[in-house]
Design a protein around this ligand. Structure first.
Ligand code: PMT
Length: 399
């Protein structure tokens, strides 16, 4: 049984008789736990109506590049960021040529240019069109750009020919889609991740905290599991459910988080500190609720332990990845933390109003001693996978 639990699958349907199989594909994706959105090209809409896909996916179907309903009228960017994977099925010879050219004059081609998510195509066409040198060259170009090809199969064709060019069946396509996420790049590794905020008690009902939702850390945990790792997630208080196959340990304060991390660190190959740990905690925690008797109230604070620095300082410790949340001089401050805390890698993000905290998308500048990679704004789930692939490359010594 395949799992696409909570995955956002964007299905692009282009003009081919095989489009009727895409209706079944939506059902397979949904049955595996995915949320599905369908983008129909003009050609695709000649074969199957938007209403069919709307009824099966439970979501509106997008057809137009310029969409006044979309936020800022940029539906292609919204969809590009929403998708965890873009599957073009059927991919007609025309769509393959348009993707190879990098066209952006319809919704499907524009969002394929704009997405950071993996893209797969399921070709469907007549066998002579499939064998044509132009199609072969277009496919070669797409492959060099990392676009994955599912099929095609061989057999009877709608036009009466027999040969290669049949779109794979829905069940096969769903299985291949699930395999995109299971990279195996951290197979056999044990990964310890912190996520979410910490809460530092002031009295029995109040605490100091921050705006971290845990979404970034949870997305990294999900990506690490899909890469084949055994994952433990030490989580501050969040409203999120632990991803499947992740062991979650709930903590409240920075001190609790440190205790839980240190208890598990000896078994960990990789440590990723995505939590927004409070730097300070109140010196005294009032035994009873503090009454509002004075006009001014002063809280005395003391430094919390730096969990990340403590892990990085361990003898024979794990490959250690920190985060840097900055409101100014992003790269400079991140490099300072990388060196001061003696980290193997740091992922830096801008924070403030409308960036990083609580949102579903983010961007990261990932820095090591001899490498720097900018991961552009995209959903936290795609970003989590990109970060895990970078970590895996450096951990295995390939970068
Ligand atoms: O949770 P979301 O809403 O998805 O938001 C994601 C995020 C913005 C919280 C996340 O991407 C992020 O930036 N996490 C780190 C936040 C942070 O505390 O950054 P910092 O620059 O203050 O700390 C640097 C590093 O030291 C971090 O890895 C932090 O986990 C660690 N640290 C900090 C203080 C401390 N006492 N102990 C620590 O381990």
């Amino acid at each position: 049984m395949i799992s696409l639990n909570n995955k956002h699958i964007l299905l692009g349907v282009s003009g081919s008789i095989a489009a009727y199989k895409s209706a079944e594909l939506v059902r397979c994706f949904k049955g595996a736990g995915a949320e599905v959105r369908v983008v129909l090209t003009k050609g695709g809409a000649e074969f199957v109506t938007p209403l069919t896909f709307q009824a099966l996916s439970g979501n509106p179907v997008s057809t137009e590049l310029l969409d006044t309903e979309a936020e800022a009228a940029m539906g292609h960017i919204e969809l590009a960021r929403w998708a965890d994977a873009v599957i073009v099925a059927p991919a007609s010879a025309n769509v393959i040529a348009r993707l190879a050219q990098g066209r952006a004059d319809d919704l499907l081609s524009a969002l394929c240019l704009a997405t950071a998510a993996p893209i797969a195509i399921a070709p469907a066409m007549n066998q002579h069109m499939w064998a044509n040198a132009a199609t072969r060259e277009n496919l070669r170009q797409l492959s060099t750009r990392g676009i994955v090809q599912f099929g095609p199969g061989d057999g009877d064709q709608a036009c009466g020919d027999v040969g290669p060019g049949r779109m794979l069946e829905a069940g096969q396509l769903a299985r291949l889609t699930a395999a995109i996420f299971d990279t195996g790049s951290l197979a056999g590794c044990t990964v310890l991740i912190t996520a979410g905020p910490t809460q530092e008690a002031i009295d029995p009902v109040r605490y100091l905290s921050n705006r971290s939702s845990g979404k970034m850390g949870y997305a990294i945990a999900q990506a690490a599991v899909e890469a084949g790792a055994k994952v433990t997630l030490v989580s501050g208080p969040t409203a999120l459910r632990a991803p499947p196959r992740v062991e979650r340990i709930d903590v409240r304060s920075a001190q609790h988080m440190r205790d839980a991390v240190m208890q598990h660190i000896a078994d960990s190959d990789i440590f990723i500190g995505a939590a927004a740990v409070a730097d300070y905690r109140p010196v005294h925690i009032a035994g009873q609720k503090i009454k509002k008797t004075e006009d001014m109230l002063t809280l005395e604070l003391q430094r919390n332990p730096d969990i990340l620095a403590d892990v990085a300082a361990l003898k024979n410790g794990p490959f250690t990845v920190g985060f840097a949340a900055e409101t100014e001089n992003l790269e400079q401050h991140a490099r300072g933390k990388l060196q001061r805390k003696k980290l193997d890698m740091i992922a830096a993000n801008w924070v403030g109003e409308n960036t990083a905290f609580e949102r579903d998308d983010n961007a990261l500048l990932v820095i090591t001693a001899n490498d720097k990679q900018q991961l552009a704004t995209t959903s936290k789930s795609v970003l989590g996978r990109q970060l895990i692939e970078l970590i895996s490359k450096h951990y295995h010594g390939g970068a």
